[in-house]
Design a protein around this ligand. Sequence first.
Ligand code: ZN
Length: 489
Amino acid sequence: MSAMDDLLAYQRETEALGQVMGRLGWDQETVMPRGAAAQRGDEIAALEGVLHARRTDPRLGDWLAQAVPTSEAEEAQLRLIARSHDRARKVPGRLAAEIARVTSVSQGIWAEARRAEDLAGFLPVLGQVVDLRRQEAQALSDGGDAYDALLDGYEPGMTGDEIGALFDRMRPRIVALREALRAAPQAPDLTGRFPKAQQLALAEEIARAFGYDMARGRIDEAVHPFSSGSFNDVRITTRVNEVEPLGCLYSTIHEVGHAGYEQNIDQAFGLSALGQGVSMGVHESQSRIYENQLGRSPAFCHWLYGRMVDRFGTLSVAGPEEFARAVNAVTTGYIRTEADEVHYNLHIMLRFDLERALMRGDLALEDLEAAWNDRFAADFGIAVDRPSNGMLQDVHWPVGLFGYFPTYSLGNVYAGCLHAALRADVPGLDADLGRGDPSAALAWLRHRVQVHGGLRPPRETIEHATGAEVSEAPLLDYLEGKFTALYGL
Ligand code: ZN
């Protein structure tokens, strides 16, 4: 056995255990009994201890020093394993396990607090989470920027300064578009009852149309839809509201974008460091392009309108054009996950500034709610009426995901880049989408992005796919073009 063989064999077991960890999280969000929360925290902490020990194993350093790569893929394997080894070694094992335990428990406390609108009841455990993640950030950053160290865990190579500059460039055009759309007449809401079984059947039909392989996946219900797993077990969840069917359908398309990425990675990379999406931002680019540029396109809305009428009978909108405007309604709301494409990035900008200040010690936890509410009023023009519409709305901070939010906007930016290139290469795209057939677009994404897994760093992954530098311009051009046409501005 060469050092490379030993290293890859060892990594395969680590990746397998990582998949088990992910499945524990899936279980917690779907079918775990509520009374099991504390025990699950212990289980996850124990497994995290095993994973941390493996990622810091001194033999890794020896193998990494001795292994001789013979291909681009092996070079990438070494780069990614070395990165994981390096990050893991900087964080004491007890701290890693404590973060895993506390964030698992915190999630349950947050869910209760959100239901009860009890911010004060949640702040103590949030304080623990913030403190632990700051300790981790300090360990990771070698005296550098704490926020950048966390962001780098989700989007390797990205910095807070780059995100800040990106947002400064994006904000004026987004705000101008939002202001222009304020006066536009909105489509009526979809009203009526949409039985759960019919919604789930249509969601599965659309998931299959978007290439989701149900032999290697499954669809369950969860409060917050997510996808989970890699390789040959990639699961998604959705949510159903019987008076609002679009949430189920579009969250399904979104999660199928994540799952499709994982399912389409080269099988040769399975259970290796290359065998997952390369970053959260690139991951989100796939979910967003499936959901928005493809799924919310007027052409696809035309097809979906017909399928909705087949399943649910006459709708409260006058026809496919009005349905497309209902799907793309632009309204100011509190909730990020329900935000339209125009408002979405403004939600992320708010969270980015607050969490960066929190991690750098520039904002105290006691002042977070007031800071949130002031900023929300300034950016959105409405006052936050209750914590579940404000800082209790998202699970990210409760589970310690500081540095994660910017990857959503990066995903939108990357999706804009990919969409521009895709349009140039697939001229019949709208005709395809009008028949409910995104297969040519999916083949392009699979071939250009998805099969490669972790082969190239995030930005290179996108630039390799498009042949152009990453820029926010294609996203902003797309948003302005789409919404001015939809609303006849
Ligand atoms: Zn997503």
